[in-house]
Write a protein that binds this ligand. Sequence first.
Ligand SMILES: Nc1ncnc2c1ncn2[C@@H]1O[C@H](COP(=O)(O)OP(=O)(O)OP(=O)(O)O)[C@@H](O)[C@H]1O
Ligand SMILES: O=P(O)(O)OC[C@H]1O[C@H](OP(=O)(O)OP(=O)(O)O)[C@H](O)[C@@H]1O
Length: 207
Amino acid sequence: MLRIALTKGRLEKEAVALMKHAGYDTEALADKGRRLILPVGDDIEVLLAKAPDVITYVIHGVCDLGIVGKDTIMEYGGSFYEVLDLGFGKCRFALAVPKGSDFYADGISHRIASKYPNVTRDYFARKGMDVGIIKIEGSVELAPLVGLADGIVDIVETGTTLKENGLEAIEDVADLSARLIVNTAAMKLKYPAIEAFIDRIAQEVDQ
Ligand SMILES: Nc1ncnc2c1ncn2[C@@H]1O[C@H](COP(=O)(O)OP(=O)(O)OP(=O)(O)O)[C@@H](O)[C@H]1O
Ligand SMILES: O=P(O)(O)OC[C@H]1O[C@H](OP(=O)(O)OP(=O)(O)O)[C@H](O)[C@@H]1O
């Protein structure tokens, strides 16, 4: 039996579609109601969790595999194998500021709001810049609008949220997409089953 932690929300639908195209029986996932653990055929069960919790379940070994965004992997890290770029959930991390503002002008403070403080710290550390980081849980675009921050590091997909709130991306931080991760011990102990799953999914991703 393999147990897979799947990020619920935005990544869920495409992850389920990918498994279905790979030949897995995803009927229970399509009609899940409020259930959080769903069977996929006889040999797999899928657990639905918030993104950072997917990593927690995989690291602790209660799930063998996980499907999670690269954003979450970059922010939380941990010891696991990242085996496949699943090719959906494509977006990017960007640094965005109020349109027309000069973030790097002399005398400007560098307060950055983000749901991803570690990613933000690492990004500016690589530039040799010490910035103030304000952790925000969502709708991060609000922070510069009300003067809480000078800029944000956040996910950008279409750019609509930035545009409609008078912000502009000035630097790309990283390309993001959904990834398949594997618990390190499970990779050894359940290798044949895990390899078979990775192969079937990888074939679909390539197409
Ligand atoms: N605009 C977006 N475009 C593409 N992928 C996105 C976008 N926003 C988030 N994602 C991806 O989907 C994952 C889950 O995002 P989702 O918004 O469903 O959950 P969340 O970030 O935990 O927010 P919430 O608290 O609203 O559930 C993110 O970790 C990221 O990988
Ligand atoms: O470039 P866009 O296509 O506009 O997408 C980007 C938005 O999507 C995400 O927010 P989400 O809807 O998950 O809400 P949140 O801000 O509460 O996390 C992200 O944090 C941006 O706000």
